[in-house]
Structures are given as structure tokens and as C-alpha cells.
Design a protein around this ligand. Structure first.
Ligand SMILES: Cc1cc2nc3c(=O)[nH]c(=O)nc-3n(C[C@H](O)[C@H](O)[C@H](O)COP(=O)(O)OP(=O)(O)OC[C@H]3O[C@@H](n4cnc5c(N)ncnc54)[C@H](O)[C@@H]3O)c2cc1C
Length: 408
């Protein structure tokens, strides 16, 4: 019997099918826990809240609102599609507001993340600098196991629904949301607890009405534009460098690693990490010869060529048409002025967000009992290496457990 080939769906057909699925999810008018955002932190929070309630014998209604057609989409893009989901060294010092991170993570940071993923059925490997990846090296595996556990925990995933307002009156929180499929645009639902997990740039939407302070948001872990312009022959070239970032003569950050030159400016993990501190007008001073010892530099001068210690195009950029000693001196202190964030490379995190001063170590808003926040919505960020997702998972767990405890 001839096997029938399954028809490949076009993107529009896939989206239509997802919209139909989303529209078929019926929502109650009252929920025990409403999670704003079905990303890394929101899914973890919802799972933890639902499981905590089930463990105590009083299962509740936990709903994740996600404006996209499916939950966990950001996870797919992480770690270049491989998802560097945590790090073996999760010291709070790596984070903005380390004392707050220490109080929330409570000495069980990595252990809790690994137990959580073990229970999800995920296996992992440790690569260079303690970076943890799923053993499949596929971000889709992380998302898949999370979605499976979400279903098992009977969390309602309300996709294609954007929360546009949260109103607080006396004991209750009213959630106003709009859908991407129906005729009736605005709907209301009463929530006994709410967890804000909408990621970067979502905080300011609700903060003012809820009386929460925010720290201005801006892109972080991103490529930077700079002056002088990078010549075309350097586009795509990499170099190992020691870099200092200074503002008005004061050191703001320093880092050693690989820098990637692009037509628009500079990129690479080292630049991403320094972008957390960089502002337009700051100066990058690069030592492109930090790995080359004194004797090797002398040998290059004697040989009258720099080609053995540095890419000739980089040397020419540092000191055009100069002698070898002049090129060496310039390459040891190449200065670039930061002009902004490169729009062509997506930033990996949003700096700023809800001020941590308004939240306790259970991630509950001090001025609004029943309101919690987790993940990138809060003013917490860290360098590349699995630290940001680690915070998303762990803060999600803490917020989810705290919301469930409040209900109990
Ligand atoms: C390209 C890229 C690569 C990255 N790689 C890594 C990595 O390898 N390791 C690492 O540790 N970190 C990495 N990060 C950072 C990491 O992805 C984030 O720190 C993490 O996803 C934050 O989780 P979150 O749940 O706080 O926010 P998000 O993952 O952004 O999730 C928020 C969700 O909320 C939804 N939402 C927002 N507002 C609303 C609303 N009003 N109503 C309904 N839904 C809403 C959004 O659609 C989104 O799905 C990377 C980021 C990017 C962009």
C-alpha cells in the first residue's frame, strides 16, 4: 500500500492552526494564580505554583497568559539554539543586586535548578567555563520538557492573549486582557495572586498603576556601535583582547576575551558583557596584543613585520602606514568611542525593570500582597554564561511557591 506523504504546512497555515488551538482554550472568570508571560520564568512559576497546590491536596486554577501563539518561544533562540540553561558557578556576585539575588536563591541556587530539570526528564552536559547545556544540545528539548510538565501540572496556557492592564482594588486583582482571535477584544478575570513574568520591557506597562518603582530599561548583552568606523576589511575579524571601559576617566568595566569587529562596530561575548555597563560617549581601550610576551614583540620588531603577532588589517587600522614599533604601540591601546547599541543584533537581555527594593525575598511586592515578579521583569541581569536563564528558572520557582503558599 502506498504511504501517503504528510502535507507540509506553510507558516500561515501553522499560525492559523495555533490561533485555533488558542481560541479553543476556555478560561474561567476567577483564577488562583495568573502568570503574565509564558517564557522561561513564567512557565517555571506556573509549574511550581500548580504542583505546590496539588501537593497540599487543594489544586487551584493556574493560568499562564502568553501574547505569542505558543509558550517558551524565547528559549528556542538561547545559546545559539543550544540553550546554555545554567552555569556550575552561580555566585550571586555575578548579578546586579547580588544581595537581593543571594536572599532569593538562599544557597540552593544550582541544586534547585538541576532538581527541577531532572524531574522534567532533562539530561545535561557541562562545557567550557561551567556552562550547562541539554545533552541534546537543542534548546527545543528544554522547551519541550517544560511544556510537558506544564500540561502534567494542569496549568492552563492561554496563548495569543495579551494582558493590557492589572487593577488592584482592596483584596482582589483584576486582569484585563485582549485576544488575537476573537471579536470581543477586552476581557476581565479576577486573580487571587498574580506573578509578573513578562520579561524585559514589560514591567513599565503595569508598574505605575500598581505603585511599583522601575529602573529605566535599556538593552544589555548586545553589540555596540562605535567610532571611528570599522573599515570593511575588518568586518567579521576576531581578536583576543584585554578591554577597559572608561567614562570621564573612570574605569566602569574590564574584561578579557574575544572581540568581533563588524562594519557597524564591535560584538562578541566580551563586548556583550561590557555592554551591561556601556553608555554612549564611553571609551573602549583595547590591548590587542595582551597575549603576546615582550620577547615576541621584540622579535617582530627585529623581523620588521607585525604579521606574526597580529592580523595586518587590524594593525593597519590601529596605526595606518606606520612602522612596526608604532603599530605595536597603537595596537596595545586602541581606543574606540561607544556611540550606541547596534540595532541589527538582538540584545539578549533588558537591563532595568521593576526595582528590587519593592520586593521581599519571596518575590512578593511589599506594597501589594498577592503580587509577585520573577525573571527579567525585575532589575536583575548578569553576564553571558547561563546566568540569566538560571535566574529565570530559580526566581520563577520562588515566585510560584510563594504565590501558592499565600493561597494556602
Ligand atoms: C538571542 C538570545 C539568546 C540568549 N541566550 C541565553 C543563554 O544561552 N543563556 C542564558 O542564560 N540566557 C540567554 N538569553 C537570555 C534569556 O533568554 C532571558 O534572560 C530569559 O528568557 C528571561 O526569561 P523571562 O521569563 O524573564 O522572559 P522571556 O523569556 O522574555 O519571557 C517573557 C514572556 O512574556 C510574554 N509577555 C510579555 N508581556 C506580556 C503581556 N502583557 N501579556 C502576555 N504575555 C506577555 C512574552 O511574549 C514572553 O514570551 C538569551 C536571550 C536572547 C534574546
Amino acid at each position: 500500500m502506498a504511504t501517503q506523504r504528510k502535507k507540509r504546512l506553510s507558516r500561515t497555515e501553522k499560525n492559523d492552526a495555533l490561533l485555533e488551538q488558542a481560541a479553543a482554550v476556555a478560561l474561567p472568570s476567577v483564577a488562583d494564580v495568573v502568570v503574565v508571560g509564558g517564557g522561561a520564568s513564567g512557565l517555571t512559576a506556573a509549574i511550581t505554583a500548580a504542583e505546590t497546590l496539588q501537593d497540599t491536596g487543594s489544586p487551584g486554577t493556574v493560568i499562564v497568559f502568553e501574547q505569542a501563539l505558543t509558550c517558551g518561544r524565547t528559549i528556542l533562540a538561547t545559546g545559539g539554539g543550544r540553550c546554555n540553561f545554567a552555569n556550575t558557578d552561580l555566585r550571586p556576585e555575578y548579578y546586579r543586586h547580588p544581595n537581593f539575588v543571594r536572599s532569593v536563591t538562599d544557597g540552593t541556587y544550582l541544586k534547585d535548578i538541576l532538581s527541577f530539570f531532572r524531574e522534567c526528564g532533562l539530561a545535561w552536559v557541562t562545557e567550557e567555563e561551567g556552562r550547562l547545556y541539554p545533552v541534546t544540545r537543542q534548546a527545543a528539548s528544554v522547551r519541550s520538557v517544560l511544556l510537558a510538565r506544564t500540561r502534567k501540572a494542569k496549568v492552563i496556557c492561554a496563548c495569543a492573549r495579551r494582558i493590557i492592564d492589572i487593577q488592584k482594588d482592596s483584596e482582589k486583582l483584576s486582569i484585563i486582557w485582549e485576544d488575537l482571535f476573537g471579536a470581543q477584544k477586552h476581557h476581565t478575570l479576577v486573580a487571587r495572586t498574580v506573578i509578573l513574568a513578562g520579561g524585559g520591557a514589560s514591567a513599565s506597562t503595569f508598574a505605575r498603576k500598581l505603585g511599583l518603582a522601575t529602573v529605566p530599561e535599556r538593552p544589555g548583552l548586545c553589540a555596540l556601535t562605535c567610532l571611528p568606523e570599522i573599515p570593511v576589511q575588518l568586518d567579521g575579524k576576531r581578536a583576543h583582547a584585554r578591554a577597559l571601559l572608561t567614562r570621564d576617566g573612570h574605569l566602569e568595566a574590564s574584561e578579557t576575551g574575544e572581540i568581533l569587529f563588524r562594519r557597524f562596530g564591535v560584538s562578541g561575548i566580551m563586548v556583550f558583557n561590557m555592554s551591561r555597563s556601556a553608555l554612549p560617549g564611553d571609551t573602549f581601550t583595547l590591548d590587542l596584543l595582551s597575549e603576546v610576551d615582550h620577547d615576541s614583540l621584540q622579535a617582530a620588531i627585529t623581523a620588521q613585520t607585525i604579521d606574526g603577532v597580529l592580523d595586518p588589517d587590524l594593525a593597519e587600522f590601529a596605526a595606518p602606514q606606520s612602522s612596526v614599533p608604532a603599530k605595536i604601540a597603537a595596537a596595545q591601546a586602541l581606543t574606540l568611542t561607544v556611540t550606541g547599541v547596534a540595532p541589527s543584533v538582538p540584545a539578549q537581555v533588558t537591563l532595568g525593570g521593576l526595582s528590587v527594593k519593592d520586593f521581599d525575598r519571596h518575590l512578593e511586592a511589599c506594597s501589594c500582597p498577592g503580587l509577585f515578579a520573577c525573571g527579567e521583569t525585575l532589575d536583575i541581569d548578569a553576564p553571558c554564561g547561563g546566568f540569566n536563564l538560571a535566574w529565570a528558572w530559580k526566581s520563577g520557582m520562588v515566585a510560584g511557591a510563594s504565590a501558592a503558599r499565600r493561597l494556602l
